[in-house]
Design a protein around this ligand. Structure first.
Ligand code: 5RP
Length: 223
């Protein structure tokens, strides 16, 4: 139990730190998960005057409940900043995302943002992506065909979650093991599979910084 509490404290530290990047007048993309939740709470507590868009229904409900102004992405057009969590971060700041199932909306919002800041506790740092599994959002049309293509690409196992995405699609986890040394190459192959709506590999060149909280404090990873 103590370990869980410690991890929660680290998530809070990273999440709160990243809220300092949010200033009056910004258009801000709000990510999804238990780390960025602390960012969203800190933004609301700071009382900054910002326009937000959310990467999930869960985040929208949280932010609206805290009194933040939340609108659809297209109502803002472009974003000054997006802040989100990650399931894995490699040394080149490539990410695995989608543990919470929001990967497609998260990627849309990240791509809209001039700056993409990631918040994580140090347990998310890995040498090579893939140990967590690779989440995908998949059309509910021929998931068996998609699974076969994923196995062709080297997935040792593929499972479908019980819950669907906010877009009513399937959420699938493909397990390639901690072998993803070239996330761009694998991501390109995953995107080429018809029926894959989106994959949870986010490329390091889209990430401005990763705010990492560890037992020795906060550090910021940049490329
Ligand atoms: C949701 C995500 C989350 O950012 C990721 O799962 C990290 O979550 P947490 O901060 O709860 O560990 O990608 O789809």
């Amino acid at each position: 139990m103590a370990a869980v509490d410690d991890q929660d404290a680290l998530k809070r530290a990273a999440g709160v730190h990243a809220a300092s990047y949010v200033t009056d007048g910004m258009r801000v993309g709000l990510g999804t998960g238990s780390t960025v939740r602390f960012t969203i709470e800190a933004i609301a507590a700071a009382g900054v005057d910002v326009d937000c868009t959310a990467t999930s229904v869960q985040t929208r409900d949280l932010a609206v409940g805290l009194g933040l102004r939340v609108v659809a992405p297209d109502a803002l057009g472009a974003l000054d900043l997006a802040i989100d969590g990650a399931d894995e971060v490699d040394p080149a700041l490539n990410l695995t995302k989608g543990g919470g199932g929001a990967l497609t909306r998260e990627k849309v919002v990240a791509q809209m943002a001039a700056r993409f800041v990631v918040v994580a506790d140090e347990s998310k740092l890995v040498d090579v992506l893939g140990g967590f599994g690779t989440p995908l959002e998949v059309l509910d049309f021929a998931p068996g065909a998609v699974e076969a293509r994923l196995r062709d690409l080297g997935a040792a196992s593929v499972s479908v979650r019980d819950v669907r995405s906010d877009n009513a699609n399937l959420l699938v986890d493909a397990r390639f093991g901690a072998t993803i040394t070239d996330p761009v190459a694998l991501g390109t192959s995953l995107s080429a599979i018809a029926g894959v709506v989106e994959h949870g590999l986010f490329y390091g060149d889209t990430v401005e910084r990763v705010v990492v909280a560890g037992t020795s404090g906060i550090r910021e990873l940049t490329r």
